[in-house]
Design a protein around this ligand. Structure first.
Ligand code: ZN
Length: 563
């Protein structure tokens, strides 16, 4: 496309992260000129509050919804859930803008939006690497980067105040297996032209060594597969097409068969075949129920569940509940993935169970079966040196990662006054000479229950937490509407308070307390002294009673039915 001059913005350009800065996950960045907004990524964060029913957390889209007519495009750097997973919620909340993404990302988005019945309603525009997309106040040039998913992009964005580079998630991989090494010239050229602001991935800012190459997995797998005495199960992220492709290549070479276990793994292999990243595998792929027809040491099972998810295939195999695969002595399980912080306990449980089945299990902390998709210190420095930005904001990381990335930037010669460590909700104003935080948006996250997702408020979460910690006491009474006297009850029900053996006397005592309150309440009415707050009195007295006897104040729900 022929580029035209960008219309100047009457206000400073705003850069507003509403997710992904200060945590790993739910990446979402807003670029706002006076007339136009671009959104970069729209991801979710898997929740560590799942025991309270919170399945995941998404950015708060209020700011965008209030300015939805200004939004000209949502750019997705790649197809990981923490970059695309909240898209359905954004669209459902009324945000309606074209979605720009690469081919593989578009397929993943298509599948994801089907779940929300939105796939026909979106305007998806697939870009190739190097494409330029022109708006009135922005011009976006896409650039290929290496990552643990194919078709990942960085964005080079021309604005009227200057050039901004958003790296997306990236690493520099000389042997990515699919695709080519990140083209340094693209970033150097931008640097030569002058970059006002670099926004760069901080996930691995604490790692000193250059990240390992995806292609480095190949010889390790080859060695392990050749030596296999039994069935080999390989568990990995379903989105890592390059790794799956390596396993298919090895299987072909070694005349082994592959069966695929798990919905997302099947889906992504089909998508990868659709765009020929995996091809000619009809002779390799077998159905799960055909496994018994082949010698055990010629079989590879690709499986989901590398994070210990209890519903996934690997967890089922570990407890002997998979209908097609029964592990035995001599089998080998390769966990080819990172243990995501927070999942260690669940993963450990699966590993322990797999060992109990007699299988040998190799995993990240013991064997190098996984390489990270994120740039480590040498690559981060290289990016900084190629781009030579005037201002730098580290993105995608916990606060400590952002701090370490800022240190690296200083080492490359960017002075302190040109580095901003900002977190979600910060409003950064950018002019050709300055980059500073001028405002802070309120709460920037929304808790979601279930995949279809209703929103959970903080109050509900607080209640669940309290209920979980202390349990709940219900009291039930029936009151005559006219006379205002109690005609039935009280009944007392305890949930989650004490063990059954102790329950009896507590219920009796609690009933007596309520009865006394009722007596006083009724005598007040009979004396014509008006009505006391029966429910509040029950609540206060029972909380006191349980606190005295059990040392905790449960939630008390006094129910008074009127008849
Ligand atoms: Zn990613």
């Amino acid at each position: 496309m022929k580029s035209t001059a960008l219309k100047p913005s009457k206000t400073p350009l705003k850069v507003i992260p509403i997710g992904g800065l200060g945590e790993i996950g739910m990446n979402c960045m807003i670029l706002e000129a006076d007339e136009e907004i671009l959104v970069i990524d729209c991801g979710l964060l898997f929740s560590d509050l799942d025991h309270f029913g919170v399945e995941f957390i998404i950015p708060d889209f209020t700011y965008l919804r209030d300015r939805k007519d200004k939004i000209k495009g949502i750019f997705l750097t790649h197809g990981h859930e923490d970059h695309i997973g909240a898209l359905g919620f954004a669209l459902k909340s009324g945000i309606d803008a074209p979605i720009y993404c690469s081919t593989f990302t578009s397929l993943l988005v298509r599948e994801r939006l089907k779940e929300y019945d939105l796939n026909d309603k979106v305007d998806m525009r697939v870009f190739k690497m190097g494409d330029q997309i022109q708006f009135k106040q922005f011009k976006v040039t896409t650039a290929s980067v290496n990552h643990s998913i194919v078709d990942a992009a960085a964005l080079i964005i021309d604005t009227s105040v200057g050039k901004i580079i958003h790296t997306g998630d990236f690493k520099i991989d000389p042997v990515p297996f699919i695709g080519t090494e990140l083209d340094r010239n693209v970033f150097k050229k931008a640097g030569d032209e002058g970059v006002l602001l670099l926004l760069s991935d901080s996930t691995n800012a604490e790692q000193h060594e250059h990240s390992m190459s995806e292609g480095g997995i190949y010889p390790k797998f080859e060695q392990l597969l050749a030596a296999a005495e039994g069935l080999v199960v390989i568990s990995m992220f379903a989105s890592n097409v390059a790794r799956m492709s390596q396993i298919f290549t090895l299987a072909k070479k070694m005349k082994k068969k592959i069966a695929v276990c798990g919905r997302s793994m099947n889906q992504n292999i089909a998508l990868a075949q659709e765009i020929k990243y995996i091809h000619d595998v009809q002779d390799v792929l077998v159905n799960l129920d055909e496994l018994k027809n082949y010698p055990r040491n010629e079989l590879i099972v690709l499986s989901t569940g590398c994070q210990g998810e209890y519903r996934a295939a690997l967890a089922r195999m570990s407890i002997g509940e998979d209908k097609n695969i029964t592990l035995q002595q001599g089998d080998l399980v390769l966990m080819s993935s990172k243990m995501i912080p927070g999942n260690e306990r669940a993963i450990s449980k699966v590993i322990n169970e797999l060992f109990k089945r007699g299988a040998k299990v190799l995993y990240e902390s013991v064997h190098e079966l996984h390489v990270s998709g994120h740039a480590c210190q040498p690559e981060l420095k290289e990016m900084l040196k190629l781009v030579r930005p005037k201002f730098f904001i580290p993105i995608h990381g916990e606060y400590r990662h952002l701090v370490h990335h800022a240190d690296l930037a200083r080492e490359t010669g960017i002075t302190d006054d040109r580095i901003q460590i900002v977190t979600n909700g910060s409003v950064v104003e950018l002019t050709p000479d300055s980059c500073k935080v001028t405002d802070k948006l309120e709460e920037t996250r929304v808790l979601i229950e279930g995949r279809e997702g209703s929103e959970m408020t903080k109050l509900v979460l607080k209640d669940r937490r309290k209920l979980g910690e202390t349990g709940v006491v219900f009291t039930l009474m029936v009151r005559n509407k006219e006379s205002r006297l109690i005609i039935s009850g009280p009944e007392v029900i305890l949930k989650g308070i004490v063990n059954e053996a102790q329950e009896g006397w507590l219920i009796e005592e609690a009933k007596n307390i309520v009865k006394k309150i009722v007596e006083e309440y009724e005598s007040n009415i009979n004396r014509g002294e008006g009505e006391s707050d029966l429910q509040e009195d029950v609540r206060v007295e029972l909380r006191r009673f349980f606190n005295q006897n059990l040392g905790k104040k449960p939630v008390v729900v006094p129910i008074v039915l009127e008849m």
